[in-house]
Design a protein around this ligand. Sequence first.
Ligand SMILES: CC(C)(COP(=O)(O)OP(=O)(O)OC[C@H]1O[C@@H](n2cnc3c(N)ncnc32)[C@H](O)[C@@H]1OP(=O)(O)O)[C@@H](O)C(=O)NCCC(=O)NCCS
Length: 208
Amino acid sequence: MNISDKQLGHEVTVHDHAKITNSEFGIYTEVGMYNFLENSTFGDFSYTGQFCFVQNTEIGKYSNIAAMVRIGPTDHPYERPTLHHFTYRRKMYGFSDTDDEQFFEHRESRKTVIGHDTWIGHGAIISPEVTIGHGAVIGAGAVVTKDVEPYAIVVGVPGKQIKKRFSDDIIEKLLKIEWWHWSYDKVKENLDDFYLPIEEFVNKHYED
Ligand SMILES: CC(C)(COP(=O)(O)OP(=O)(O)OC[C@H]1O[C@@H](n2cnc3c(N)ncnc32)[C@H](O)[C@@H]1OP(=O)(O)O)[C@@H](O)C(=O)NCCC(=O)NCCS
């Protein structure tokens, strides 16, 4: 199907071969083909491209996640004598009747947060427990190991901020406007405003 013919709805659209466990989705959300998702939430209008891996992550609204992105990659316990997963996936190898549930619970507790209106570039990796601020851009191929400020643009390995999308004054006002929490009807009615120069958008919608 051509992307311009695609019509999303209130139920999440899941493309072929995606595997989803214990995850929740807002309206107009979309999961790309061959995604692996677990213990994660997608806010309204957020989507992933092809071949993404998202674990233990809370994604805000209107997040744009390109193909081959990995968010919240899980760690092996490198302080143990072996790195091999038989120490926590004991049942798989007949070593025990139980797995190391505490280890899995700890993994799940390490939540990664992706803010509203974010853009995560192709192939980026976002470490567990990192928070990506609202409006931030993560460049293609970045490995982000530390929190990212709202509206920052971060690139490279390890990810470093190269600039911000807007001035501090504009950012502060956008964070108060919180247009991402507008109703569907309000976004639709104000659609033309999203093409305005940022100063005009902010002047029109910011209230002290
Ligand atoms: C991050 C990004 C948005 C920045 O774009 P931009 O504002 O036009 O940035 P510029 O091209 O002016 O580059 C600014 C500097 O950052 C560097 N840079 C830009 N993107 C980079 C990246 N992904 N990784 C490492 N360095 C990068 C440039 O080399 C340049 O360095 P310099 O100042 O030393 O010359 C863009 O480069 C990017 O990565 N986009 C993602 C595209 C993508 O993944 N699309 C998938 C489909 S959604």
